[in-house]
Design a protein around this ligand. Structure first.
Ligand code: PHE
Length: 348
């Protein structure tokens, strides 16, 4: 005797089955489970309710009416139960979808990537700040410059041998990429009368490329022109500036030098900030770092700008900014300053 035949002989009590349906329904958590439940109870071939109706023929005739009513009550209860459960599942799915689509206002915000000031500009800012306190304002000029302003007006006429030292990028005839920011000093003296106290920060270009030279680099130059300016003013200004820029105990040394646009001229060294003058790899063991060129403005330069050298005198100086940035931030190769690798820039 198979189980089906057994149950056919002893039909289940439909009233008792309603409780079992409720138990099974309570355990259903998703649409898949709901489908299985529906097929198990209401399936047209093997469904429990259908099976109960098919068993009618085995019920003694006098009980058939009660039995039939009990099966119908169960059928209604199952149908209603399934419908209710379907509604609940839909509601639950909607709630889950809503929750995952919602903005969680308690999450921390995403920070936008903000830029930072480039190390070379940090140094330029520091320099400009120190000179501002010494009474100098900032002047700027074009990077594509006339041969006249870059050379001739600085006492370097055509064929002057000093032009060779500037590794110039020539553009059209008579125009160059400026090799220094000194032409800004010329433009200022052409446009204004003394007293003049300016610094000229900016990009300059020379055909030179190795670990410590880049074809584009930055300078800050300075100019002071007034009545009665002496070499002592130059020395005092540079000492005050360099001790502020590096360290109050920094030593400053002037060596005689030559520039066509200054007379007399000097090169200025500071005690090496890495070894305090003891001698190290950065200063090649000398204890000194060459930091700028300077001198008293050549009277011929003043004359070319229509400033009377018998009444006025001045001093000028110029320095590379990137070298200072390299030594201050420990950057070994000048190109690293211009590759704009964020890993380097973020560290500074
Ligand atoms: N213009 C010079 C250079 O670029 C620097 C300098 C400026 C030297 C002013 C003396 C006086 O090399």
């Amino acid at each position: 005797m198979t189980p089906e035949e057994a149950s056919a002989q002893r039909p289940a009590d439909p009233g008792a089955l309603a409780g079992r349906f409720e138990e099974e329904a309570a355990a259903v958590g998703d649409r898949g489970g709901w489908d299985e439940l529906r097929i198990r109870w209401m399936g047209r071939k093997q469904g429990i309710v259908r099976g109960l109706l098919a068993n009618m023929k085995d019920v003694p005739p006098q009980e058939r009416r009660d039995y039939g009513q009990a099966v119908n009550r169960l059928k209604t209860a199952v149908e209603e139960g399934l419908e209710r459960l379907e509604g609940e599942l839909e509601e639950r799915e909607r709630a889950v979808a809503q929750r995952s689509a919602a903005v969680d206002v308690t999450l921390p915000g995403r920070r936008p990537a903000v830029g930072a000031v480039h190390p070379t500009n940090l140094v330029i800012r520091d320099m400009a700040q120190i000179f501002a306190e010494l009474g100098f304002s900032v002047a700027e000029g074009p990077e594509v410059e006339s041969d006249y302003h870059n050379f001739t007006a600085l006492n370097m006429p055509p064929d002057h041998p000093a032009r060779d030292t500037q590794d110039t990028f020539f553009l059209d005839p008579g125009r160059v990429l400026r090799t220094h920011t000194s032409p800004v000093q010329i433009r200022t003296m052409e446009a204004r009368r003394p007293p003049i106290k300016i610094i000229c920060p900016g990009r300059v270009y020379r055909n030179d490329n190795d670990l410590r030279h880049s074809p584009m680099f930055h300078q800050v130059e300075g100019l002071a022109v007034a009545e009665g300016i002496t070499f002592a003013d130059l020395k005092g200004t540079l000492e005050a500036f360099l001790k502020r820029l590096f360290h109050p105990d920094t030593g400053v040394r002037l060596r005689p030098s030559y520039f066509p646009f200054t007379e007399p001229s000097a090169e200025v060294d500071v005690t090496c900030p890495f070894c305090d003058g003891a001698g190290c790899a950065t200063c090649s063991g000398s204890g000194w770092l060459e930091i700028l060129g300077a001198g008293m403005v050549n009277p011929r330069v003043l004359e070319m700008c229509d400033i009377d050298p018998r009444r006025y005198s001045g001093f000028a100086f110029g320095m590379g900014v990137d070298r200072v940035a390299m030594s201050r931030y420990g950057v070994p190769n000048i190109r690293m300053l211009f590759d704009n690798d964020e890993r380097l820039l973020r560290q500074i």
